[in-house]
Design a protein around this ligand. Structure first.
Ligand SMILES: NC(=O)c1ccc[n+]([C@@H]2O[C@H](COP(=O)([O-])OP(=O)(O)OC[C@H]3O[C@@H](n4cnc5c(N)ncnc54)[C@H](OP(=O)(O)O)[C@@H]3O)[C@@H](O)[C@H]2O)c1
Length: 257
């Protein structure tokens, strides 16, 4: 696939690049700071488009002029709590989604496939109708982003939200090709809820559901290179992916007891 990648100069985006290449995708990088791209990464990118991730028209133009089949957004960073300014992240998410929808409509060949980085908190909690964010109020902007994406019809957007907890890189820098000891095979994944969730502490009166979420949260830390391999491998399935229209939770197989 021809993939427009936003955020290639960041922690997640820089590792997404080698993963996408390893799965035979061509990468068009959309960046605001092209000088931050390493020479090695630059040599492997099909083309670089310079612009802001909150400029919807420019992103749409990048998708259409490069004839991209898919978009992966790793641009922007949410504020940790609702007590601080939410910064540009909600505007970036909105602009990227609008660009993808508008580009798809303009091209008229169906919805564009996209993976959008989100957070663990948007997954369903075991106590319906709550999501994990209701118990663990970190990175609150993901809630609004999830509501936005749900408001679009399936024929406008073939979305998946990657709802990982903290992702820790195994290697300090992006590896070309990705290291053999990192792979999506090291993960289990589940649609809309965290995989391998247990009922721990839910019996505790009043605070049981909070304890249940807080105590298990850390066991969902994942290896970043495994996560990006998951996304890149899934994009090979195109519109046949089982993750379209889903929030996707992952867990390291080694963390399952
Ligand atoms: N890291 C994790 O453990 C983790 C876990 C769960 C979810 N996520 C999600 O993954 C996403 C990326 O996280 P990260 O850790 O990779 O963040 P990061 O290292 O801070 O990277 C953010 C990227 O966004 C780019 N960016 C920011 N504002 C932009 C703008 N206006 N126009 C163009 N590019 C812009 C930055 O470009 P510059 O280099 O130019 O600043 C950088 O490439 C976030 O949405 C986060 O919520 C991350």
């Amino acid at each position: 696939m021809k993939v427009l990648l936003l955020g290639v100069t960041g922690n997640v985006g820089s590792r997404l690049l080698p993963a996408l290449l390893a799965h035979n995708h061509q990468v068009i990088a959309y960046v605001r700071s092209p000088t931050k791209i390493s020479p090695e990464a630059k040599s492997k990118i099909t083309s670089v488009v310079v612009g802001s991730a909150s400029d919807s028209e420019a992103i749409k133009a990048a998708i259409l002029s490069n004839n991209c089949d898919a978009v992966v957004n790793a641009a922007g960073l949410p504020a940790t709590t609702s007590f601080s300014s939410q910064g540009e992240f909600p505007a970036i998410f909105t602009a990227v989604v609008k660009a993808i929808v508008d580009a798809g409509r303009e091209r008229g060949t169906g919805p564009i496939r996209c993976w959008l980085m989100s957070g663990f908190g948007i997954l369903d909690s075991p106590k319906k109708p709550h999501i994990l964010l209701d118990y663990m109020p970190l990175f609150p902007a993901h809630r609004g982003n999830y509501q936005l994406i749900k408001s679009y019809a399936a024929d406008d957007l073939a979305w998946s939200l990657f709802a990982a907890s903290q992702m820790n890189p195994k290697y300090d820098t992006a590896q070309f090709p990705p290291a053999a000891d990192t792979s999506a095979d090291n993960l289990v994944a589940r649609a809309n809820a965290p995989p391998a969730w247990t009922q721990k502490f839910r019996w505790v009166p009043l605070i049981g559901n909070y304890l249940n979420v807080m105590v298990q949260g850390q066991s969902y830390f994942a290896v970043l290179e495994n996560c990006v391999d998951f996304i890149a491998a899934d994009l090979e399935k195109g519109h046949k992916s089982e993750w379209i229209g889903k929030r996707v939770g992952v867990k390291e197989k080694s963390a399952i007891k």
